[in-house]
Design a protein around this ligand. Sequence first.
Ligand SMILES: [Zn+2]
Length: 437
Amino acid sequence: MTSNSASATSASNGPASTAATISAPASAAPAASSTATPIPPASAISIDPAASDQRNLNDLMEQVMGVYSVSDDEGPLTDMVEAFLRAQPHLTVRRHGDTLVASTDFGKAHRVVLAGHLDTVPVIDNFPPLWLEPGDPLIREDVAADHPSERVIWGRGATDMKGSDAVLLFLSATLTDPKYDLTFVFYDHEEVAAEKNGLRKVVEAHPDWIVGDFAIIGEPTDCGIEGGCNGTMRFDVVAHGVAAHSARAWMGDNAIHKAAEILNRLNARENKAIDVDGLTYQEGLNATLICGGNGTNVIPDECRVHVNYRFAPDKTLTEAKALMMGADCGAELGNGEHVATGGVFEGFGIEMKDESPSARPGMDDPLVQSLVELVRERTGREPLAKLGWTDVARFSQLGIPAVNLGAGSPLLAHKHDEQLPETDLTLMAGILTDWLS
Ligand SMILES: [Zn+2]
């Protein structure tokens, strides 16, 4: 789950201060009645074939949670995950930067990709992680209501997305005779700017490493399925005028006044909910910034309205652009301003700033259908549309249908009190083990 609001990292919680990280976090210091048990950093990732699934999943969760891995500091956790994957004789492991790709090669007819990011958003006094016993005051009321007699793991990354990482590591070791060939991807820099994204980098550098018929990304969904995603584009709509002294305004042409028409067109537009493959995507077309004028007594010669269009996956990026500015406007990233030849902003200047395609949910795929049925049976959840932009779209660009399915509540991602009840791990592991066996 990408962050757009990264907070400053507290130096005392950084990776270098190992001694300090053993004690409980200061501002979230457990109350007197707290049962909190801090989880110390692990030196290696391992499981015990003789132990129960819940025990192994809890151990894996402790091991990945105990290692600090805020974006830019994924290296130590990646090293540990790599060593664990390389110890599995049925996997071929490759590494590009801090991204790991581990594949089976059983010669199956289909291949499923399972992906998780190893980085987290910055720590806010929520590292090191804690185990909380049932009834502990640090357990959120909503979590306690759904899981009244359960232990809960608390701390940075618990839901986004080290719970799913732990489950994927478990599957990488235990699915030695799967129904499909499997490719596990553990990647860096998901929570920061797209150009740093490890999944994007590995796809660009080694497209042959990431192939498959279907992909699951373990972003938190409460073990439901969230399919596809809206595309997004951002661009300036530019009104031009003629500068003049405001005492002799008739000598000029006011660009800010002209921009009123841009806002009128935005107000006139009805943002629709659009059904794609049975899921509902809410579109949005909004001005998010406006600027114009360069003097208090100068008729402005330019006004820019920055527009963000979130479009449903019934449209390609090209089709969405045509709706905004006409099919032959010619405005592309980095090529400056072009006049809209049609669409909502016909006649105004357009300068593209950012564009990302949508992703169809691929719910008609038979592979997906069988997963949807299994998730419905285990959780009672119907698939939902993903509204934000996620790495699902990267797989879509490769022609691989993809969904999000992961442990933990998406509502707790990036929160100070991120936490995960332990049976979320066994629920996700059970669904995927049964679907893939
Ligand atoms: Zn995430």
